[in-house]
Design a protein around this ligand. Structure first.
Ligand code: SF4
Length: 370
């Protein structure tokens, strides 16, 4: 019991505290500056119109930024975006551009936080056999997944609160099935939910706080999502991460989730952005400051982001290869979006699977082994 408490103590001073410190150790003005640098980079990477306006106004990029409501001077962060200065990024001479320096420092802290999240899954005391299994999976992933294994935090549990997904994204690395139903927050379901999360907390100790509540589902398909999230926080002391490709589908729900984030601030959230038009809508709906705790993952075809070779993206690519329109890169090159080394629980189907990431293949096309 004593050891268990010590484990909790260690975690309380790790990922969550570290994440809060990233913001608390900065002045409100510094956080605001980061929020506007972030918005600038989102526009730069996700909006071809913004890029061409910049290239036409290289002597006065501030005017372009101002048109997009961005209140930082792009001249103070040239290594982050200007092709002639990219070579100075992350180099000592980069210190001449204070905003580039501030951004790189922030990103370094976020990468450190990701590593702490992986450590948070430590169950050496609470569940030694499960812990040893997860450790083995982490080492195997390092071996077979190449660089992309560094970004995998191996949460020990994930919950699906719907059956299927309304997203239908062409690139879905998990080939989410068609939406059938969601897990309503009825009295009976809420009791079951709290009992299951409670059991996870009891069995896995503080590692249960690595869990999250979506997988081949989108949180916004469940109108009660925030109520489940709130319970999760009450039971584990951690508000799980939310990732959604539909942040505008039920704006009131998204805002409730962001309010929970503001209150508990445990881990950054993510919006997947499927097109430049959606990026602009998101920017019109939320201020840079409101999105400081939300990473925008730019997934649109026009956004030149690479897709994991798994699920539907794999199927599409294989058919392009068959037609001679594409080639397949190395198997270890970003070949899964799976991250859980532990239990995947679908609440409406009452299904529990033990899963771990693998490179997507004919046998495991979704990039995880069951
Ligand atoms: S990527 Fe996400 S939102 Fe899109 S279909 Fe898959 S699970 Fe649904």
């Amino acid at each position: 019991m004593r050891q268990w408490k010590w484990e909790v103590y260690l975690v309380a001073h790790s990922a969550k505290e570290h994440y809060r410190q990233i913001f608390n150790r900065r002045t409100p003005g510094e956080v605001r500056t980061l929020a506007h640098i972030k918005r600038f980079l989102e526009c730069f990477l996700g909006d071809a119109g913004f890029r061409s306006a910049l290239s036409e106004n290289l002597d006065n990029p501030r005017s372009v930024a101002a048109r997009y409501g961005i209140e930082v001077d792009p001249m103070e962060m040239l290594p982050l975006w200007h092709s002639s200065y990219l070579k100075s990024d992350r180099k000592p001479e980069g210190a001449s551009w204070p905003l580039a320096l501030a951004w790189r420092e922030y990103i370094g802290e976020m990468v450190r936080n990701r590593d702490l999240l992986r450590d948070e899954g430590n169950m050496s005391v609470a569940a030694p056999r499960f812990h040893a299994w997860r450790e083995r999976q982490m080492r195997r992933c390092e071996d077979v997944l190449g660089d992309c294994s560094k970004s995998i935090t191996h949460p020990v549990i994930a919950f699906e609160l719907s059956d299927g997904c309304t997203g239908g994204c062409w690139f879905c690395g998990l080939s989410a099935g068609r939406f059938k139903d969601y897990f309503e927050y009825s009295k009976e379901n809420a009791d079951l939910w709290r009992a299951v999360v409670g059991a996870a907390r009891e069995m896995f100790g503080s590692a249960a706080s690595t869990g999250f509540c979506y997988c081949a589902t989108d949180p916004m398909d469940n109108p009660d999502y925030d109520r489940f999230l709130f319970d999760y926080h009450q039971i584990t002391g951690t508000l799980p991460q939310t990732t959604t490709a539909m942040p505008l589908k039920d704006l009131a729900l998204t805002k409730r989730v962001l309010q929970l984030f503001e209150r508990y601030r445990c881990v950054t959230n993510r919006f997947s952005v499927l097109s430049t038009a959606q990026l602009n809508q998101i920017h019109a709906t939320f201020s840079p400051e409101e999105l400081m705790g939300v990473e925008l993952v730019l997934q649109g075809k026009e956004m030149r982001s690479s897709k994991a070779f798994a699920g539907r993206a794999r199927k599409e690519k294989l058919s392009a290869v068959k037609n001679g329109d594409a080639t397949v890169e190395s198997e270890s090159d970003h070949s899964t979006i799976a991250c859980v080394s532990g239990f995947l629980v679908n609440m409406p189907r009452r299904r529990v699977q033990l899963v771990t990431p693998v490179p997507a293949s004919g046998r495991w096309p979704l990039g995880y082994r069951i």
